[in-house]
Ligand binder design. Structure first.
Ligand code: PLP
Length: 446
């Protein structure tokens, strides 16, 4: 045990000396050492076991160290570790087939990338070449990745420091009843007004200048905000009417997270392009991609697609995707996410909301939930500013960890996103800790 702690301490020391971390102020950053992970749990540098209610960055949908996926990676490494993207590889072919089988409608071709941001970059590039137009519409309260174009279409505070020019990005308000931009009082009103607003934005920007509209089916990082039932169908109609390519970003909400293979399955809508990453192979090896409808793919039948990546369709990543998708199908993992959401997480959260004065709103599906915390339920004043954190949130994070649970905290929200494989008992264990921790939030609320 002492030896393991010494190894962890050495790793921490080297990290702080040599590793430059994402999004962090390097000087004050105090990352957690992770020494082991299995199923729904991780172990920190002190040897403490933590229930992973974050799935890391909402990507380990199949849980940590799934034996079939690990085995597939090992076997693939022994067979053929890497191959250029212009050669055929059996794992890439099979991964593309399995993904095409599950994506909605006729999205039957896949361009593989290494990340979600790259998937977004390439989806927009496809849309621009296909339409010959430049602008891209996207929502406020969205996250699409940290590369140049992806961060410009992003609609959350992470864009601010990177906004060096709009890159053709134009933002609009999506439906979000709890903090409605349209003064709506119910979901039907919010849906209708959000669609009217979008139609106006399209008209005022000039439909013939707009290549694509990109939106997360269920905005994730910015607050897990499921849309009203007919919103996405309305967006689809507007895109079709104006020749705008509709891109559904399912990087976070796809591959089982909402209790369906893709979140958009609930909304009876087929986009022209669908971006994915994270859950496709639970991030065991970096992989993302774009699923492409035939009419977009046809644009590149005779003219070459102007883009590529050395590691597009990397065999290790694709072997991990094949094993992940097969294991998810064989083990009923997507159904599990839906059932745990409906029978354990949602009822427990609704019950907690009755008792805790700090809970302003609850939103989610499957194993994808946000608890929005407020100082006051009537004024809805958030418990932390939009682009920051607060003493209350910092204290809650520390208490979660002390009690053995690792959530995601974003601004004034606790995001609950355990693996899709989580058991009912594990989910209850985490929810009981949440119930305890919300007392801290209550003490800051009036
Ligand atoms: N799109 C969405 C919806 C995301 O949630 C994310 C990451 O969280 C991305 C794109 C970017 O993915 P990556 O970090 O793999 O580049």
């Amino acid at each position: 045990v002492d030896e393991a702690k010494a190894v962890a301490a050495r790793a921490y020391e080297l990290d702080r000396k040599h590793v430059f971390h994402s999004w962090a102020a390097q000087g004050s950053f105090k990352p957690m050492v992770v020494t082991a992970a299995e199923g729904s749990y991780v172990w920190d540098g002190n040897g403490d076991k933590l229930l992973d209610f974050s799935s890391q960055l909402v990507n380990t949908n199949i849980g940590h160290q799934h034996p079939k996926v690990v085995q597939a990676i090992v076997e693939q490494a022994q067979r053929i570790t890497t191959i250029a993207p212009h050669h055929v590889n059996d794992q890439r072919s099979e991964a593309a087939r399995l993904i095409s089988e599950r994506t909605p409608g006729d999205l039957n071709q896949v361009f593989f990338t290494n990340s979600g941001a790259e998937a977004v970059e390439h989806a927009i590039r496809m849309a621009r070449v296909h339409t010959g137009r430049n602008k891209v519409l996207s929502r406020y309260r969205s996250y699409h990745g940290a590369t140049a174009l992806a961060i410009n279409v992003t609609g959350d505070p992470r864009r601010w420091a990177n906004d060096r020019g709009t890159e053709g990005a134009v933002h609009f308000f999506g439906p979000f009843l709890y903090r409605s931009a349209f003064h709506s009082t119910n979901e039907a009103e919010e849906e209708q007004r959000a669609l009217e607003h979008l139609e106006q934005v399209i008209e005022l920007e000039g439909p013939a200048t707009i290549a694509a509209l990109i939106l997360e089916t269920v905005p994730g990082g910015p607050g897990i905000i499921p849309p009203p039932p007919g919103y996405l169908r309305g967006v689809r109609e507007l895109c079709t009417k104006h020749g705008i390519v509709m891109i559904a970003d399912e990087v976070m909400c796809g591959f089982g997270r909402t209790g369906r293979w893709f979140a958009i399955d609930e909304f009876d809508t087929v986009p022209d392009l669908l971006t994915f990453a994270k859950g496709v192979n639970s991030g065991y090896v970096p992989l993302g991609g774009v699923a492409i409808a035939p009419h977009i793919a046809a644009t590149f039948n005779d003219r070459p697609y102007p883009g590529g990546l050395t590691y597009s369709g990397h065999p290790l990543a694709c072997a991990a995707a094949v094993a992940t998708i097969n294991a998810m199908s064989d083990d009923g993992v997507v159904d599990n996410a839906r059932i745990i959401g409906e029978t354990v997480i949602e009822p427990a959260l609704r019950e907690m909301a009755q008792r805790h004065s700090s809970v302003g709103d609850l939103r989610g599906r499957g194993v994808f939930w946000a608890v929005e915390l407020v100082e006051n339920q009537s004024t809805k004043a958030p418990l932390a500013p939009y682009a920051g954190t607060s003493q209350a949130m910092v204290e809650m994070m520390a208490e979660c960890k002390r009690l053995g649970m690792l959530p995601l905290m974003v601004s004034n929200r606790i995001h609950i996103a355990p693996p899709c494989t989580i058991t009912a008992d594990e989910a209850r264990e985490g929810l009981e800790i949440l119930d305890q921790v919300l007392k801290i939030a209550d003490s800051y609320a009036t």
